[in-house]
Write a protein that binds this ligand. Sequence first.
Ligand SMILES: C[S@@+](CC[C@H](N)C(=O)[O-])C[C@H]1O[C@@H](n2cnc3c(N)ncnc32)[C@H](O)[C@@H]1O
Length: 236
Amino acid sequence: MRDDAFFELHRDMPRQGPGDAEDVLWALSVLGQPARVIDAACGPGADTEVLAEALPLARIEGVDLTGHFIAEARDRLACFGPRVTLREGDMRDLAGPADLIWCAGALYFLGVETALDLWRPVLAPGGAVVFSEPVFTSDPPSPEAAAFWADYPGVGTAADLAARVQAAGYRTRATRLIIGRAWMNYYLPLMARAARLRIGAGPDLAAVLDEAEAEFARWRAAPDHVAYLLCVVAPA
Ligand SMILES: C[S@@+](CC[C@H](N)C(=O)[O-])C[C@H]1O[C@@H](n2cnc3c(N)ncnc32)[C@H](O)[C@@H]1O
């Protein structure tokens, strides 16, 4: 089965999308010390772990639709005790109040406007959402960036994204490009696993490996052009 092959490649990875501890620390330098935090679509909990370390007094809940990732996150975060909890569930259905909703590399599953709208009542007064979303770093985009995001409709510039945030009734407090090292953090362990799995791979796994390696090749062609924008936003 294709799902099994996908998890054969993706299980036990440090993270499931581009990002870096420095991104989390940067966002906290903007926000201060939120006390109630939700990591929406936390995957295996890479950012949840950084949040837990950086916010020793916070209560943090990681939520993800994928049970495999929640199980990995539980193992990883058990050392923080009961103040960090993990739940298999849908980020459409978050339980507040939260001072911070963190969402790395996953808002596109809902769409910026839909997610921000859904999460407004989940936020405590003064609360904020931090999310990362694909952006083009030039207008028009370089051919390499356009090729990388070809299957992802609606990618625009940082200004386009700010307009979407504003249309959702939020204001952008700060932004930071996620580029370069953060992408290596995701791709390098994944490609090392792919190389090991290639030997003896059946057809389903081979197809998953082909797709992952093709995506990596498109990124390698444009590491200075492929970016997410990390956005700190709050209800206007
Ligand atoms: C690209 S991964 C990013 C994971 C994690 N934030 C990270 O950076 O490692 C996207 C994640 O979104 C999760 N996901 C997709 N739709 C979801 C939903 N509606 N509710 C919760 N999680 C969802 C997937 O299971 C997956 O773990």
